[in-house]
Design a protein around this ligand. Structure first.
Ligand SMILES: [Mn+2]
Length: 430
């Protein structure tokens, strides 16, 4: 029998924090009421928000220099689901997981779906992998996959994506996320135009294989592993591709996949306007695609992204239904703690953005009152919404202080006993 955290334990831990939370929640409610805001309505929004966790995120990540495995790491997709279940049990914000193939391949997907359901989890977008070679694979992706100069390698990559769609259908997913590592390391190595043409040709075949209610999320990334040029390097290339492919193709924004100092929130606004925003891979970064915990380095940027999202939601922007996913690499922390913390930070940004006085902001903008507009944004951003987040979790049966409860539960130590290290788990960074 494998160890799990009981609802009784969470309730018991919560009881010690309930009185203080009630006091803080009440006080914040009075503050918000003075601004014409209803804390109950905001709390309901917090309760309804969800962000998916990646199955690859619960294993310890690494860099190209080293990986330092933690104790009790998940050994397979079943262990990963167990860990993802704990993240949702305590945070009540992550009811879906985003699987990755072939890493999460099994022989029986209806059993996998049932296993996920037993942890109260569903499946979000499925991710294909043509950025590394698998054992026994006929054609190598060393020089590309969907854009490879060799037609047979492209064919193999297309087939893999079609297989991912098939698996996703059995899991209840409705989207395929495609990120390719294709690009070049040397000027002259590859023809920019020919590579992009081949991308469109390959993606057209995948697009044709999408079931009726499915979307394909195209993910761009500036550089790495290609260091001179990447085929789908930026949102412009992404938008060109998604536009050529059709309405079921949309652009996924990974927060770490842009040049330093890029105004990502403005890109988000543009994609919303073009009805092409697929959704997000949330993470944070300082220098490049660092895959750090969401909101850990620049929480204001995360808030500004959500400011655009809530703005679009409030004005009922057409065809606006972004998918929210976390994509991080946890190299020095317990991945469960990082994912709980990240889900909280994402939710915090969403709730703070929900507090922006939209009518007053519009008026300030119409009047070209720069300072008034900025102050309205900052008023929302500097509001401490922690009591709303905690109360939303408590009402849904989660923990008032999820990371403290996780630590007190002894879950990791139990798993270290149950899961002898195989050293085989790969943690991906995409
Ligand atoms: Mn990503």
């Amino acid at each position: 029998m494998s160890f799990s955290i009981s609802a009784d334990f969470i309730g018991q831990e919560n009881r010690q924090a309930e009185a203080a939370l009630a006091e803080d929640f009440h006080h914040l409610g009075r503050q918000l009421a003075r601004r014409g805001l209803d804390i109950e309505a905001t709390t309901r929004r917090a309760m309804d928000y969800a962000v998916a966790v990646p199955t690859w995120g619960v294993g310890t990540g690494g860099t190209r220099f080293a990986r330092f495995p933690g104790p009790g790491e998940p050994r397979n997709i079943y262990d990963k689901l167990e860990d993802c279940g704990v993240i949702n049990q305590l945070s009540r914000a992550t009811p879906n997981v985003s699987p990755h193939f072939p890493w999460d391949k099994v022989s029986d997907y209806s059993a996998l779906r049932q296993q996920a359901a037993s942890h109260a989890l569903g499946f979000d977008a499925v991710n294909s992998n043509t950025f590394q070679d698998q054992p026994g694979q006929k054609h190598s992706y060393k020089f590309g996959s969907l854009t490879h100069a060799d037609k047979a390698a492209r064919r193999q990559a297309v087939e893999h994506n079609l297989e991912c769609i098939e698996i996703g259908q059995r899991l209840g997913s409705t989207a395929l996320t495609v990120w390719i590592a294709d690009g070049s390391n040397f000027p002259g190595q590859s023809n920019f135009t020919a590579a992009f043409d081949r991308y469109i040709e390959s993606l057209s075949e995948i697009y044709a294989g999408l079931p009726k209610n499915w979307l394909v999320f195209l993910e761009h990334k500036l550089y790495e592993p290609a260091f001179y040029a990447t085929v789908i390097s930026d949102w412009g290339s992404n938008f060109m591709a998604a536009s050529e492919l059709g309405p079921k193709a949309k652009c996924l924004v990974d927060l770490g996949h842009h040049a330093p100092n890029t105004n990502i929130e403005q890109i988000v606004a543009r994609l919303i306007r073009a009805k092409k925003l697929a959704g997000f891979h949330f993470n944070d970064s300082k220098y490049g695609d660092d895959d750090l915990d969401s909101g850990s380095v620049d929480p204001f940027r995360l808030f500004l992204v959500f400011n655009e999202l809530v703005d679009a939601e409030m004005r009922h922007a057409p065809d606006f239904a972004p998918a929210y996913m976390i994509d991080q690499s946890h190299n020095v922390t317990d991945p469960i703690e990082s994912l709980i913390g990240s889900a909280i930070e994402i939710l915090r940004a969403y709730v703070q953005a929900s507090l922006v006085d939209r009518a007053a902001l519009r008026a300030a903008q119409e009047a070209s009152d720069a300072m008034a507009g900025h102050r309205l944004i900052k008023q929302a951003y500097t509001t401490d919404v922690a009591p709303i987040l905690a109360e939303a979790r408590r009402r849904k049966g989660g923990a008032i202080d999820p990371i403290a409860v996780y630590r007190a539960s002894g879950y990791r130590a139990e798993k270290a006993r149950e899961r002898p290290s195989s050293g085989a788990v790969a943690a991906g960074i995409v």
